[in-house]
Design a protein around this ligand. Sequence first.
Ligand code: ASP
Length: 578
Amino acid sequence: MHRTHTCGELRAEHIGQTVTLSGWVQTRRDFGGMTFIDLRDRYGITQLGFNEEQDKELNTRARSLGREFVVKVHGEVIERSNKNDKIPTGNIEIKVTAFKVLNASLTPPFTIENDTDGGEEIRLKYRYLDLRRNPIQEKLVLRSKLNKAVRDYLNDADFIDVETPYLIKSTPEGARDFVVPSRMNEGQYYALPQSPQTFKQLLMVSGLDKYYQIVKCFRDEDFRADRQPEFTQIDCEMSFVERDDVLDTFEGMIRSVFKSVKDLELGDIPKLTYDEAMRRFGSDKPDMRFGMELVDLDDVAKGNGFGVFDNAGSVVAINVTGGNKYTRKELDAFTDWVKRPQIGALGLIYCRVNEDGSYKSSVDKFFDQEKLAQWAEKSDSKANDLILVLSGETEKVRKQMNELRLHIGDLEGLRPKDKFAACWVVDFPLVEYDEESDKWHAMHHPFTSPIPADRDKMETDPGTVKANAYDMAINGMEVGGGSIRIHDKTLQKRMFDLLGFTPEEAQEQFGFLMNAFEYGAPPHGGIAFGLDRLAAILTGTDSIRDVIAFPKNNMGRDIMIDAPAPLNADQKKELGMP
Ligand code: ASP
């Protein structure tokens, strides 16, 4: 007897049929002469029933089945007396006439149910058991659909899927490389790609015109929340394009992904410049699900004898609609929240708009009703709203306000996981100054082109030069980024000069690319999306670990296979290592 149905398939219309199912024993319940078993596979759960009166031996055997035993059962689909409307198979059960144990199981270290009792470490150690749980399997199924939607869209648009090597030389994304010693070239190392950046540009020189690859990338970065040392990118590059060609193509891809995976039309995808995003949201990946935009209070807050404001680079507010409901204690908690070292604000000023339109602020000593009315007007505040104000160095205070905006957005329920809002952020700065090394660093990577109008300032005022670079953010998370590349040798040389590479260093590291550019490089540009992040957003989980079959823990360890691990003496000898 072969499996005739899955454990998620049978409904009332199958009543009377004889079926064979296979799966794992999720739970067993013994009642007097009756035994019930929930049989589980990837598709769902079906209840099995055994009755002592009908078949004593079978019932006794059923009672020997433990959790996670693998069984094949044969029987008749009957109507269930105790229906369960929570599961699709809840109207029926199988009256089992025969079964076979295909494999026994040890008692699993945690319950394999939707809500498990296992902590994350133990679940990662036994990841193959964790992966039996439906919520995790559903995420992998969605990820697989996401992959298909991406491939379908890009294949239809004439992109060619090309694989690029993993054993390479350092790539320019600015993180630390993972390295692999070469046995045949003692004392020499490959680097694993931080991205296929240089190869995809070479493919454009080769005339492939439109490339994509769903590809693993490796970055040896210190642990930051929601990072994995290896992660997956949807990596793309196009020739003879300008910025908006790239944005249009990939806006189409993201829309098509949401349509096929979630059956959802993404709304408008606005384009914000980096400067605008920082001014309006204090972030280069703004969460566009809600308003509560930053308001510049400089002209109404400064010059009133309140030193904290007068000496600040910027005074920035947000208006919380209906926020007057927050108690004094809650406002104090907001103050403590922004003063935590992660946020680093010195304090928080508030102004309540009372029911009758009067104001009550924490700085009443310096600002009378008339002055506060100006704050309210600028912030578009109405009766019962709350204005929250931070001040300090402009860039810092905007970032702090972004954090507070997101925090209040959470409290106000303005960031639901089933609502999606995307935006593009364009015109990033080309370089940022790093005080420690006293050097300019590429904000994106050294092949990103400066926008033509700013090129004259590359040597004189590099900090103000904008790059022809763009990111896409969804729900406040960066999901993709790319740029129009430099394809001109002279400009590339100026960029390397700015970044402090000597000609020898540039030649050593990227000579192959610069040489290739001598042979007719077309204008080109591209983008890469983080597939794990996209999958996490689409499944509504906070952690990319949930959408990766075998993730690393936050020390970069795979605790299931126990890696990384020391090499044995022979391996070391062969590699010429001490
Ligand atoms: N290689 C870049 C990255 O990994 C993306 C790109 O510029 O296409 O961020």
